[in-house]
Design a protein around this ligand. Structure first.
Ligand code: ADP
Ligand code: MG
Length: 669
């Protein structure tokens, strides 16, 4: 049953299923393994007397002074007060209504005497206030922690709760996959899964989460251990030949120490008889691509071919442009293979790969690994850029005895990386190239927004480019999404009217790629987007990054976004537009302002949030794990690694652990 598509859920037809697919929900199993991103705490009902800024909760009191005012067009402002005995909590809602007379919401509220309101308290002009709180005119039926799921337009949280309630009926079909002796330490799988969605309290949630995080790490380590435990032999590449020499001579800059060391590591690995499995880890902009280019040329020098795999089409194209620019003049035939490549061209490339008329193929992972047979593949390069999941990493082991070079910008401490990657060797590039000026990062009050955009226009007139990013709107509310798009359009027509602007947002479909490409090609001056712009975009003339409502992004994300600028000598700027209402929000933005080091940011962020903060929105944006957070969950990682090693040693083929074996198989494509 769990493999059934979500259309088996009542009221889910093909349309909803399509929307579900956007959330990676295809089967009932997916529904169960897609966890809430946060919870609403309905365990306690709080009096308005206790309300203070920064607090989030379910408030209950008598409602008074209800009013509704018409604003512009169809917009309305509803206001009311929730009465405590000593303090009043001000409530307001912005809403839209085309009907004459009062809005639907107002009518609901006007029938209420008592009101329950869930929301975040801010300090308003007239004391504590909640804007846009979720209200109930009778005591809400949920108690405990109520899940909040990731959404897309057309799917509401309420629907997702219905879906999970349905899917959980088949929970007994989920098998325990941890070995028995571990079950003294952790709750069983079924219990943990149920508790992730509907925890009775924070303790239960914490235990469930621990169990599932452990499981993620454990399965990850077991698969690495079973698949890659015996390192294979591979081609022994030749000492550096003419291509690599010419490449070094042509480099327009001096390599950093980190780059020199990484290159030495790669050289040693590639020349050895053992298969290279090396990870190059370095912050955005640290110059990992040079290492990849070196490795490619070294392979070609030795008579081999290379597959360069990149997570998205845009990135593939960029990587191709950058590689071809260096490789073609050296006479190294290089090709690009992406979804848009015409059938004819594709056949041509596949043919050339098979008889080695092409040496380097750059493309998306799927295309290359599924379609292309190389005559003499001796190196695979993977630019990970936060996107590849465990599955893809594992699929690589099929590539057999080619050397493997992975590039990653995920900031994790070295000790952790060692544990995590088991037998991947790691080279770290600790420093940015010399002369890189730190990005001038400023916190800007929304009142000064126009100044920022005046500055953007100025930079554009100097021939530079800029990004403007709006937070991904929780598209639960169509109104919100539309409002954001409207705001982007206004920006392009007003503040940025004098320059060439491209818009990219979640509801655009495929035409997004064209806009991004135009920006990359310099046909646009400013790229405004809601969805995260491609993580690896390398636009050298982009010098300004404006982030609207910056307090709504995670720190890792802000750091990644900022990394899109300042990739050349020119001074770059990052403007964080925000009016943080809480001390915590302010402190978090301060971290970004003062630090340019991704790892430090991750650590500071953790310190601020504290490892106990489970209810909050997941901010880490960790590429490999669904639930686990590498920094927060270090102890569990170590424990899982240890347990996995012992198990693999005792039972390398997993014959004694059929359920575990089945689970690992399921996770591999
Ligand atoms: P990332 O590590 O984020 O992939 P890239 O390899 O894309 O970084 O490098 C970012 C930019 O820095 C590129 O334009 C690249 O040409 C340049 N670069 C790389 N190494 C150096 C260096 N040693 N000195 C100066 N610029 C460099
Ligand atoms: Mg890169």
């Amino acid at each position: 049953m769990l493999a059934q598509p979500i259309t088996v859920i009542p009221r889910v037809g093909t349309r909803k299923a399509q929307l579900g697919a956007k959330l990676d929900l295809h089967t009932l199993r997916d529904v169960i393994f897609s966890f809430p991103r946060a919870y609403k705490d309905f365990t306690a009902v709080v009096s308005p007397d206790q309300a203070e800024a920064g607090m989030e909760g379910l408030f209950h009191g008598r409602i008074a002074d209800l009013t509704e005012r018409a604003l512009f067009r169809n917009r309305r402002l509803i206001q009311a007060r929730l009465l405590g005995t000593r303090q009043v909590l001000n409530l307001s809602w912005f809403t839209a209504s085309y009907r004459r007379g009062f809005s639907y919401q107002y009518q609901q509220l006007s029938k209420a005497d008592n009101l329950w309101v869930y929301g975040l308290v801010k300090s308003g002009l007239y004391g504590p206030e909640i804007v846009g709180g979720e209200f109930y005119t009778s005591m809400p039926k949920y108690r405990g922690l109520v899940p909040i799921y990731p959404l897309v337009a057309g799917i509401t949280n309420r629907m997702r709760i219905e879906w999970i309630e349905f899917a959980l009926k088949y929970l007994d079909q989920i098998q325990e996959c941890l070995p028995e002796h571990l079950l003294d330490k952790f709750p069983g799988r079924q219990n943990a899964l149920r508790a992730m969605h509907f925890p009775r309290n924070e303790i239960e949630l914490a235990k469930a989460r621990q169990r599932l995080v452990f499981e993620e790490f454990f399965l990850f380590q077991i698969s690495l251990g079973t698949v890659i435990s015996h390192r294979q032999e591979s081609v022994r590449h030749q000492p550096d030949g003419p291509l690599t020499k010419q490449f070094f001579e042509g480099l327009p800059f001096r390599l950093t120490n980190g780059q020199v060391n990484a290159i030495a590591d790669v050289r040693r690995d590639m020349e050895s008889k053992q298969q290279m499995r090396r990870l190059i880890q370095g912050d955005v902009g640290s110059g990992k691509t040079v290492i990849a280019k070196y490795a490619c040329l070294k392979a070609v020098d030795s008579g081999g071919q290379v597959a360069v795999m990149v997570p998205t089409e845009i990135l593939a194209r960029q990587m191709y442009d950058r590689m071809a620019a260096d490789f073609e003049p050296l006479g190294v035939p290089t090709a690009l293979l992406i979804g848009k490549t015409s059938a004819k061209q594709r056949q041509e490339i596949i043919r050339k790969a098979a008889n080695q008329e092409v040496s380097v193929i750059v493309g998306t992972h799927a295309l290359i690994s599924e379609r292309v047979e190389f005559k003499n593949l001796t190196l695979a390069v993977i630019d990970e850029q936060h996107r590849f999941g465990v599955r893809q990493r594992l699929a690589l082991s099929d590539k057999g005895n080619t050397d493997l070079l992975v590039m990653s910008a995920t900031p994790i401490p070295r000790s952790l990386a060692l544990t995590l990657y088991g037998d991947l060797n790691i080279s770290i590039i600790p420093d940015l190239p010399e002369g890189r000026k730190p990005i001038d990062t400023r916190l800007i009050h929304p009142r000064q927004r126009d100044d920022v955009y005046r500055f953007v226009v100025q930079r554009v007139k100097q021939g530079e480019q800029a990004f403007v990013v709006f937070p991904l709107v929780e598209e639960s509310d169509k109104l919100d999404a539309r409002a954001a798009i409207q705001e982007m359009e206004n920006l392009s027509k007003q503040q940025l009217a004098q320059v060439r602007v491209g818009l990219v947002h979640g509801q655009m479909g495929k035409s997004k790629d064209q806009v991004m490409q135009d920006f990359y090609d310099g046909k646009l001056d400013v790229l405004i987007s809601t969805t995260v712009i491609e993580v690896g975009m390398n636009v050298l003339t982009a010098t300004v990054m404006v982030i609207e409502n910056a307090d709504r992004f995670g720190l890792a994300q802000l750091h990644q976004l900022r990394g899109r600028v300042g990739r050349a000598e020119k001074q770059a700027y990052c403007f964080l537009i925000a009016d943080p209402k809480t001390e915590l929000a302010r402190q978090r933005l301060d971290i970004i302002r003062h630090t340019n080091d991704g790892l430090k940011i991750a650590e500071e962020d953790l310190k601020l949030r504290g490892p106990g903060d489970l209810l909050g929105t997941r901010q880490s944006g960790d590429p490999w794990f669904n639930l686990a957070d590498l920094i927060r969950d270090q102890a569990l990682l170590e424990q899982a690694t240890q347990e996995a090693r012992e198990l693999i040693q005792a039972d390398p083929g997993l014959e004694m652990h059929p359920a575990l074996q089945a689970e690992i198989k399921r996770q591999q494509p």
